[in-house]
Write a protein that binds this ligand. Structure first.
Ligand code: NAD
Length: 259
């Protein structure tokens, strides 16, 4: 159903974004990768995806904290592939500290990368989508777009903002065959979460296994959500089955927010 569409996945050199790139490429989408990694790793990734899925794959080095880079990334996709049909705003970072001790530069970076980057990318991609009367925008939010946890002021604020942005983009573009949805995952085992496991283990003086068990206590299903499951939900949201689903936060959190 989405074979031949052109997709950008921000932050796709690692974790959830990489899994989303695989899932969309497996459906026949051309992929513009983005994110940080060394040159050899990026070259290998482009070659692997191209060969495995027989689609066109390229890479944008855009830094999601820089609006001009983000506009260049959309322009690059339009230039290389002919259009930007699917935009997945996934790049994100984390930092934890109590509000009164939260470093201002970390607040600014999290708001820029986890929230403002999605605004800049959507703003740059929408005119083309509106002209072609087709667009699928998926914002990777978090359960923290719906509920809070201690020590995550910037992350929770950014993800709540991203869910709000998702709804506005959805209602402004309902007549243009453009949908905009958010995905709200619980814990997914990626480098971003491994750092939290290590930090918690250190702070609590326990093993990484015990720190992991405590973190997973938030979920009814006490196992990590898998990156490829998030990829599958992105494919679903881009499919015809979900053509009238818009402005929705799709929760995949092992029951975290059900309680
Ligand atoms: P990750 O650290 O594995 O991947 C983050 C990606 O973003 C990497 O490719 C990195 O290079 C890229 N990135 C970071 N800063 C960037 C910048 N300035 N410009 C361009 N790219 C940048 O993390 P992940 O766990 O895969 O997280 C992906 C998204 O999923 C994030 O938005 C995160 O908030 C969200 N999320 C993660 C979890 C989880 O449990 N892992 C849960 C809910 C939501």
């Amino acid at each position: 159903m989405i074979k031949g569409k052109n997709a950008i996945v921000t932050g796709s050199t690692s974790g959830i974004g990489l899994a989303i790139a695989h899932s969309l490429a497996a459906e026949g989408c051309n992929i513009l990768l983005n994110g940080f990694a060394d040159k050899a790793a990026i070259t290998a990734l482009v070659a692997e995806l191209t060969k495995t899925y027989n689609v066109r794959v390229d890479y944008s080095p855009a830094d999601m904290s820089k609006p001009a880079d983000i506009a260049d990334m959309i322009a690059m996709c339009d230039r290389m592939f002919g259009s930007t049909d699917i935009l997945v705003n996934n790049a994100g970072i984390q930092f934890t500290a109590p509000v009164d001790q939260f470093p201002t530069d970390k607040w600014d970076a999290i708001i820029a990368i986890n929230l403002s980057a999605a605004f800049h990318a959507i703003k740059a991609a929408l005119p083309g989508m509106q002209k072609r009367k087709y667009g699928r925008i998926v914002n990777i939010a978090s359960v923290h777009g719906l509920v809070a946890s201690v020590n995550k002021a910037a992350y929770v604020a950014a993800k709540h903002g991203l869910v709000g942005l998702t709804k506005v983009v959805a209602i402004e573009n309902g007549e243009n065959n453009i949908t905009c949805n958010a995905i709200c995952p619980g814990w997914v085992h990626t480098p971003l979460v491994q750092k939290q496991i290590d930090d918690n283990a250190k702070a609590q003086g326990v093993s990484p296994e015990d720190a992991t068990r405590k973190m997973l206590d938030k979920q009814a299903i006490k196992q990590f959500n898998k990156p490829e499951q998030i990829g599958g939900v992105v494919v679903f949201l881009c499919s015809d089955t979900a053509a009238t689903m818009t402005g929705t936060p799709v929760i995949i959190d092992g029951g975290w927010t059900a309680e």
